[in-house]
Write a protein that binds this ligand. Structure first.
Ligand code: NAD
Length: 475
């Protein structure tokens, strides 16, 4: 048993990330202490605060961890789950640091968590807890546009982000940049169009890019492209639902969807929006008319498919089920869904794993766009949309004159259109995901690195070393 393993022989979540980090560090010749500094969590804030729920006073356990201050502000989601603990939040904060570096988002990594089950608490009480948590962060200077900026994660969404903003503003009235204290807000509250679906869309762009690389597809016996690929998705929350919708629209076949209560399966494909409607109406995906139920939800991961997308929680693929996984590609939409033991087993089986620190970076990328929007106090496209439309109209006139041909109204509409906020956000996200994929792949090829995860970590660590060096901290 290694020194990082606990009594049961498995690794703590933080040790899993350290293990991945160490594999990449083999390719770097730099003083060991400097690598230790990059690995360590810079600040851990563990808090307990009382909240009156009904007639009782409940003591709430919560965290905010800032993994790295090499760039500020720190950035990372806030999750609500009964599984929240210090090790988990430290790990997720570390992942954020590496993720931001890969996609060139100039933030240090952070993460927050409150140990509650939002499904069993009324929204009034969730609001009370969220607001109290925010004021605890303010007291300790753990939140602010230039300090630390939370975002949605497992169990939270736009609603919670609005409460955080409102609490921050009420205690920091007059701060003209207050909107930038949190991202993932509704558009009416300073959010950016395209943030809600950004992580799922980023997952789609990343996997689509891989599926278009002939060499990689042939190496695992698959055809090029997404059309007709059989996909299984675990978790139909924010990330899973949007990823599933984009895959479905692109012509891929979603053969199974897994949720906490069970999974559903249809070899010919599931209509994602119909399943989502069924979930909304009945509170469960089970008994969807066009599918078979799978009672043991974990078994869905083991079905025959081309691509498996875990989009729920960490450690769902472990040493006991890794050998049963039949997917040829695993796209880590969730953070840390594969344990290090499972990683080794899957590597040996030749499965291509697209790692979380790259694949789910779409959320933080668009959060960065939202933060920039909040600081600039202007909607994307507001200044240039009409100008672009006017230039396009002039251009079109010239084309019609030169070609002596009238362009149809439909074609005109398409050509004349100036960019809207959603267009700019999505194109920025697409470009980021495509670039990130090829940087990781090129590094993997040039250094003959065994897998994408190690290459992604190496790319990220090199960038962090570079920024420490530019700060003058590392000689
Ligand atoms: P969410 O709360 O919106 O959705 C999670 C879904 O997983 C829920 O529908 C839940 O019922 C389901 N689930 C829980 N346990 C399950 C189980 N055992 N089997 C199957 N399904 C189960 O959360 P989310 O924001 O979609 O986050 C999902 C994952 O993606 C997390 O690991 C999160 O850290 C990661 N992530 C989220 C974002 C983001 O922008 N929201 C960004 C990066 C990474």
């Amino acid at each position: 048993m290694s020194k990082n393993q606990n009594k049961t022989g498995s690794y703590s979540f933080f040790n899993c990330i350290e293990k991945n980090f160490d594999k990449a560090a083999r390719f770097i010749s730099i003083e060991k202490g400097l690598l230790e500094q990059i690995k360590a969590c810079n600040s851990v804030y563990r808090m307990h605060f009382p909240v009156k729920i009904g007639k009782e006073i409940k003591v709430i356990e919560a965290y905010r961890v800032q993994h790295s201050h090499h760039k500020l502000p720190c950035k990372g989601g806030l999750r609500y789950s009964m599984k929240v603990n210090q090790d988990e939040i430290m790990t997720l904060a570390a992942l954020m640091t590496y993720k931001c570096a890969i996609v060139d988002v100039p933030f240090g990594g952070a993460k927050g968590g409150i140990k509650i089950d939002p499904q069993t608490i009324s929204s009034e009480n969730i609001e009370k807890i969220t607001r109290r948590y925010t004021s605890e962060l303010i007291k300790k200077n753990f939140i602010g546009p230039g300090i630390d900026v939370p975002a949605p994660d497992y169990g939270t969404g736009e609603r919670e982000m609005s409460w955080i903003f409102d609490t921050f503003l009420s205690l920091r009235s007059g701060d003209v940049d207050a909107l930038a204290c949190v991202t993932g807000k509704p558009v009416s509250q300073g959010g950016v169009r395209g943030r809600k679906e950004a992580t799922g869309l980023g997952v789609f762009y990343g996997i689509r890019e891989l599926c278009h690389v002939k060499e990689d597809m042939y190496s695992i016996g698959l055809d090029v492209g997404l059309v007709g690929k059989k996909i299984i998705i675990q978790g139909l929350g924010n990330v899973g639902y949007h990823a599933a919708s984009f895959f479905h629209e692109s012509g891929a076949i979603i053969i199974a969807l897994a949720e906490r209560e069970g999974a559903i399966y249809n070899e010919k494909g599931l209509n994602v929006s119909k399943v989502f409607l069924h979930l909304k109406n009945y509170g469960s995906i089970l008994n969807f008319p066009e599918a078979k139920n799978i009672e043991n939800t974990e078994k869905a991961l083991e079905l025959e498919c081309d691509i498996l997308i875990p989009a729920a929680l960490e450690n769902v693929i472990h040493k006991n089920n890794a050998n049963c996984i039949k997917a040829k590609i695993i796209g880590e939409a969730a953070n840390g869904p594969i344990t290090p033991e499972a990683d080794e087993i899957l590597d040996k089986k030749g499965v291509i794993i697209v790692p979380d620190i790259y694949l789910n970076a779409g959320g933080v990328t668009v959060s960065y766009f939202e933060w920039l929007k909040n600081l600039s106090h202007v909607r994307y496209g507001r200044m240039e949309k009409k100008f672009r439309e006017n230039v396009n109209a002039e251009f079109l006139k010239v084309i019609e004159t030169v070609c002596k041909k009238k362009i149809s109204i439909e074609e005109k509409k398409m050509i004349l259109r100036g960019p809207r906020e959603i267009d700019l956000v999505r194109s920025g996200l697409e470009d980021t995901m495509i670039n990130g994929f090829h940087k990781i792949r090129d590094l993997k090829k040039s250094l003959k690195i065994e897998n994408m995860r190690t290459a992604a970590f190496l790319l990220s660590i090199n960038k962090i070393i570079d920024s420490y060096e530019k700060l003058g901290i590392f000689p």
